[in-house]
Design a binder for this molecule. Structure first.
Ligand code: SAM
Length: 665
């Protein structure tokens, strides 16, 4: 083990003292929280100035865990760390059912279920790497002068939301959690982990006295200024005003036209924000179905937006249909770009149905470009050779639907989400899981990206939540009537732990940043592990290509290797148990488990002897003869019926190196 925090491939080594320190940090915080549980908060009103001073200074510091690591390490590289495994659900109650509470009512270590805090930010935001914090004041307190002031801390999924709050802006914290700070030891704080638990309230709502037209104008201005979130807010406000107007008697044709305009404009914003579900529904809601030339053009635009959204969601048949409608409603017979969109959708459909791809061209395009978008391949998934089914003793698994030969493509899958190591969002972190007290390296950047993608595209939530994880929903996490949306970040965490793949290095930038690429491929996630797999993965950008390495018959389970192929039995066993929570029962593990300790030891010793001879400089015929003899002896250690048809890894490893040794002689 290295004396410092050090990354080496996907591994981060900790010294025993760093490991102990990390555990101690998280355990003592949890202990302090338990000791103070249920106690009222200590009023921080008197120290509001001090709090504000600290928040300003804090932006210069790193997160506490990071800072501690960096000071113990001689290397500059620091690693962020945080605790997981104490899940709580996001607020699922309809907002109107929540009862307002004040800061003064907060109790330490408590999730204030059924309650809501109305707050105003009164200090800058100290943005750290996996936490941010600021100071907030009760809204009601502003009125009677007695409002409490408290620190508000947010986890990594809420950083951007907190950042987007302007000073003085009003917002709600749903079912607030009052706990011990992750940033400043010994401090109590309101803490938000689920993005849906922070609700930004626009100061003007449907009763603001503005017209919908004015909102549209303001939205258009915000769009020109590239403030997409503000533009979305303005168009939504306009739509609310129209909705409210419909309840009155004066609603007319003008409102109808304005409503369609607002939907069409918002569809554009939602496309830019990658909120494809909303972009599609807004675009379709904007359709006028009128025959006038002007309206046809507007509808054509709406179909284009719906098509682009469907394409991004991977619904290529639907995308093609919308692109065709777009062309049909154009006053001319479709421009070059419009026709090329239809062709692209047709190509994707063909890939889905035939599994025929231009792999060479795709690889070449990756080499030619270094941009992030180029690594996200424009291709469809081909999944027709596999089906998901029950795998005895292993939960669900992936099975072949037809016979496949070695080298055949089993499936091709486009990533649901990937964060490349050289992208700003990439972040590997250490987690301390309070459930099994294990410290793990975790692709935190991918976690954040998946949560964001799910919050932005609810139609994808079901598929992701169906993936395997150890997550057990806390009691109140049941789907209730009128349930608010909102992704449970803890559930997504546990899914990412068990299902993320590392698509390897994707460029020099990755090495510079020291972060690993990580992604989630939905169908591939159903593949179980075998130490003698019949499939291997290759990546072209974010496209996973899975090929058969052996003969596979229709109905056979397709399995790949979760761990280093040539790792020894004990190493594999440990890594599978700690990383994926199971004991492998593949032929190789059964055979190796059946060997006596002395046999395993003898095999290792002989292999080491052979390796030492191979390492000798120059190489001689005599060495070759000796190595061959040792290999024969190793062969002799594989005895018993259980070894029939099972690869002899020690011999295979030596065989691989032998060619070079023979060449040297
Ligand atoms: C990526 S998921 C694979 C799909 C999973 N079996 C399911 O039901 O969705 C990984 C999990 O599958 C199980 N698993 C995978 N390979 C296994 C094996 N060879 N034996 C037992 N369990 C296995 C483990 O629980 C592991 O954490």
């Amino acid at each position: 083990m290295s004396p410092t925090n050090r990354r080496n491939g996907a591994t981060i080594y900790l010294t025993p003292s760093e490991d102990a320190h990390l555990r101690q940090t998280f355990k003592s915080r949890a202990q302090k929280c338990a000791e103070l549980a249920g106690q009222p908060r200590q009023a921080t009103d008197a120290s509001e100035v001090e709090l504000k001073r600290r928040v300003t200074g804090a932006s210069l510091m790193a997160d506490m865990a990071t800072l501690t690591f960096a000071s113990e390490s001689e290397e500059k590289e620091a690693i962020v760390a945080y605790a997981v495994g104490n899940p709580y659900p996001p607020c699922i109650l309809p907002f109107k059912k929540l009862k307002p509470m004040s800061i003064r009512e907060l109790r330490i270590g408590t999730h204030h279920r059924g309650r809501v805090l109305n707050l105003r930010r009164v200090a800058p935001v100290a943005r750290l790497r996996v936490n941010s914090w600021t100071v907030v004041r009760d809204i009601d307190g502003d009125v009677d002068g007695e409002g409490g002031v408290e620190r508000l801390e947010v986890g990594m999924h809420v950083l951007d939301l907190l950042d987007s709050l302007s000073e003085g802006q009003v917002f709600k914290v749903l079912e607030p959690w009052f706990t011990m700070s992750e940033v400043e030891e010994g401090e109590a704080t309101i803490r938000i982990e689920h993005p849906s638990d922070l609700l930004i309230v626009s100061e003007d709502d449907a009763d603001c006295g503005k017209s919908a037209g004015k909102c549209k104008e303001e939205g258009n201005t915000a769009l020109r200024e590239k403030d997409l979130l503000l533009a979305e807010e303005k168009y939504t406000q306009g739509l609310k005003i129209i909705e409210k107007g419909k309840e009155g008697v004066n609603a007319g044709k003008e409102d109808d036209k304005m409503e369609k305009d607002l939907f069409r404009n918002r569809a554009h914003i939602n496309l830019l924000l990658s909120r494809f579900d909303a972009a599609k529904s807004d675009a379709l809601a904007s359709l006028t179905s009128s025959e006038t030339q002007k309206h046809k053009e507007l509808d054509s635009k709406a179909f284009l937006r719906a098509g682009l959204a469907s394409y991004s969601l991977g619904n290529f048949h639907e995308a093609k249909k919308y692109f065709e409608e777009h062309v049909m409603l154009m006053d001319r017979d479709g421009d070059k770009e419009a026709r090329s969109r239809i062709r692209k959708a047709e190509c994707r459909i063909q890939e889905e149905e035939t599994g025929i791809y231009e792999f060479k061209k795709l690889k070449a395009s990756l080499l030619l470009s270094n941009s992030a978008s180029a690594k996200r391949i424009d291709a469809a998934s081909f999944l027709q050779n596999v089906r998901i089914g029950e795998s005895f003793g292993r939960g669900r698994g992936l099975f072949a639907t037809r016979d496949l030969k070695p080298g055949d493509v089993i499936m091709v899958e486009k990533a649901f989400c990937v964060v490349f190591g050289w992208e700003v969002d990439a972040l590997s972190a250490m987690t301390f899981d309070v459930r099994d007290e294990r410290v793990r390296v975790f692709p935190a950047g991918l976690w954040k990206a998946v949560v964001r993608k799910l919050n932005d595209n609810p139609s994808k939530v079901g598929k992701i939540l169906d993936l395997y994880s150890d997550y057990h929903a806390p009691e109140s996490d049941a789907m209730g009537e009128g349930r608010r949306g909102g992704v449970d970040i803890w559930q997504v965490h546990d899914i990412v732990v068990r299902n993320a793949f590392g698509p390897g290095s994707s460029g020099d930038g990755e090495k510079e940043r020291g972060e690993e690429s990580a992604g989630l491929w939905i169908v591939a996630s159903y593949m179980n592990h075998s130490c003698v797999p019949n499939a291997e993965k290759e990546y072209i950008g974010d496209l996973m290509v899975l090929r058969a390495t052996r003969e596979i018959k229709a109905g056979d389970e397709v399995m790949h290797n979760y761990v280093q192929v040539d790792g020894d039995f004990e190493g594999r066993r440990k890594s599978l148990l700690e990383g994926w929570g199971f004991v492998c029962d593949c032929g190789l593990c059964v055979a190796e488990r059946g060997d006596e300790e002395s046999v395993t030891e003898k095999r290792r010793r002989l292999e080491r002897e052979a390796e030492a001879l191979m390492d000798e400089k120059g190489g001689s015929r005599l060495a070759v003869v000796k190595i061959r003899k040792l290999m024969k002896e190793i062969e002799g250690t594989y005895t018993g019926k259980r070894w029939e048809g099972i690869p002899r890894l020690a011999v295979d490893r030596l065989k691989e190196r032998m060619e070079n040794v023979v060449k040297r002689c």
